[in-house]
Ligand binder design. Structure first.
Ligand SMILES: *Cc1c(COP(=O)(O)O)cnc(C)c1O
Length: 484
């Protein structure tokens, strides 16, 4: 009895077909709509009983081709600019297959895969301006990476052995960041048992950057009331408008109060690889930084990264207490001989070989070319902003700091409420008609069509097509909304 194929030749043939089909599917992505809804009949077919009896791989693959492949989120499409999603790459897809084939266990161990993750972390530390002896870990994404950074901050700055004693052994801990900080921060404080209120949402300036004076005042108020500040979060690219906080000033403020400085650079920190690296100057001053490679690194899900300046601080937060787990002790020789233990740098014990797609894509594409692509996306965002400003009925709703453009259609004098409803309808039509996929946000009560460019397949003409479509659909719907 085994789960290996009865007929290896047949599986090999199907496997070759899969590789051919997926490469073809990626190559021809532009010919399809970015997104279409999953039809009811497909939903019905997927909803089936537990398959106790198996079936041949080709038949399962046919079901995939019919019911799964045609209905993706659409983020690999050249006109997908919603939320902050990545496009992936054929190289990385193939690397995922190789990694799954090896099925290496990346807790650590004396194996090639561990060397690859160590190497990739060292490259990433260098690219982000972190010291050569910084620690780092590949994780599932930005949320996990940011949480890892805050956990290290908490162990370093709580002032008591919080891992052993827990939260109740000291005063309430608090963390600061701008009100534009991504929702991970509140969730992290919940997860850490501190409650969402422990995340102090500080006001922003006119460019959506942390108001440093307000942050300072909040720290002083918390200290006066007996709470213990532990960290300030700086944003290198906020999710609404790609705003970058004044990172060197946050470093100085953190130092003034002895706090940890964590940077959330989920997508924005990747600007450091481009000619626009000055946009994120100061992120290299952080105690920890979190970023995703499945967004602006153009790699497939999932892969996020956390780097910690002081390697000891990451170990202090995650290493199992000595002698606590006899089954995990390392030895002087054999597979557990002393080596890098990634499981001592984060929460996960069993970990996959995420590093392989990072390593292969960086080697094949070259960091120079990836950086040029990031720069092109920044240039495309500015190009779109100029088109918006030049068009009669389009209005830019926020300064373009990096790669995000927020705008709306304005047919003439109207209330924000009316414009919000109209622009929501325009956005829905863009998605449903298969034109393009921007997403939305609210900026000072105004509904914005939000375009985030982290896409290596977009052409200049795609942005022309977007503005043309917004103007055309806008004119069409304005009549229905009685705004024409
Ligand atoms: C996407 C994002 C996150 C969360 O990252 P995930 O990979 O989705 O977990 C955090 N911060 C910012 C600014 C983001 O854009």
């Amino acid at each position: 009895m085994t789960l290996d194929p009865q007929d290896w030749a047949a599986v090999r043939a199907t496997g070759h077909r899969m590789v051919d089909d997926m490469l073809h599917w990626q190559q021809t992505v532009r010919e399809r709509a970015p997104w279409q809804p999953v039809p009811e009949e497909v939903k019905r077919r997927i909803d089936e009983p537990v398959p106790y009896a198996g079936m041949p791989l080709d038949q399962v693959y046919d079901a995939f081709l019919r019911d799964v492949l045609p209905y993706p989120t659409g983020n690999i499409h050249p006109r997908f600019w919603g939320w902050v999603m990545g496009t992936g790459s054929p190289t990385a897809m193939l690397a995922e297959m190789l990694a799954a084939g090896m099925n290496a266990h990346l807790a650590g161990y004396d194996q090639s895969a561990s060397l690859i993750e160590k190497q990739v972390v060292a490259w990433l530390a260098q690219l982000m301006g972190f010291p050569a002896d910084a620690s780092g870990l590949l994780v599932s994404g930005g949320t996990a990476a940011n949480l890892n950074g805050l956990l290290a901050a908490r162990v370093a700055k709580a002032g008591w052995d919080i891992r052993e004693e827990g939260l109740h052994a000291g005063p309430p801990l608090v963390v600061y960041g701008s009100c534009e900080t991504h929702s991970w921060a509140g969730k992290a404080c919940e997860t850490m048992g501190m409650g969402r209120k422990a995340f102090r949402k500080v006001a922003v300036d006119g460019h959506y950057r942390l108001d440093l004076a307000a942050c300072r005042a909040a720290i002083l108020a918390d200290l006066a009331e007996g709470r213990r500040p532990i960290a300030i979060i700086g944003n290198a690219g906020t999710v609404n408008t790609a705003a970058v906080d004044d990172l060197p000033a946050i470093r100085a403020l953190a130092d003034e109060f002895g706090l940890w400085f964590h940077v959330d650079g989920a997508f924005g920190s990747l600007a450091a690889w481009s000619a626009s690296r000055a946009l994120v100057a100061g992120q290299d001053l952080a105690d920890s930084i979190a970023f995703d490679l499945h967004k602006w690194g153009y790699l497939p899900y999932e892969v996020g990264v956390v780097l910690t300046r002081d390697a000891g601080a990451q170990l202090a937060a995650f290493q199992s207490a000595a002698g606590s787990a006899a089954y995990l002790q390392s030895s002087s020789a054999g597979i557990s001989a002393d080596t890098t233990y990634f499981s001592d740098r984060g929460i996960q014990l069993s970990r996959g070989f995420r590093a392989l797609k990072v390593w292969m894509a960086m080697k094949e594409q070259g960091v120079g070319r990836i950086g040029a692509m990031i720069q092109l996306n920044i240039d495309q965002a500015h190009y779109l902003a100029r088109r918006v400003e030049a068009a009669d009925h389009l209005e830019l709703l926020a300064p373009v700091a990096m790669n995000i453009v927020c705008f709306r259609y304005v047919p003439g004098p109207a209330t924000d409420a009316a414009l919000n409803a109209l622009n929501q309808a325009i956005l829905t039509e863009l998605q449903v008609r298969g034109v393009a996929v921007p997403s939305q946000t609210m900026l000072e009560g105004r509904f914005a069509i939000r375009v985030c460019v982290t896409n290596h397949r977009s052409d200049w003409a795609d942005f022309d097509a977007l503005t043309d479509a917004v103007l055309a659909i806008g004119a069409e719907l304005a009549a229905a909304h009685q705004l024409a």
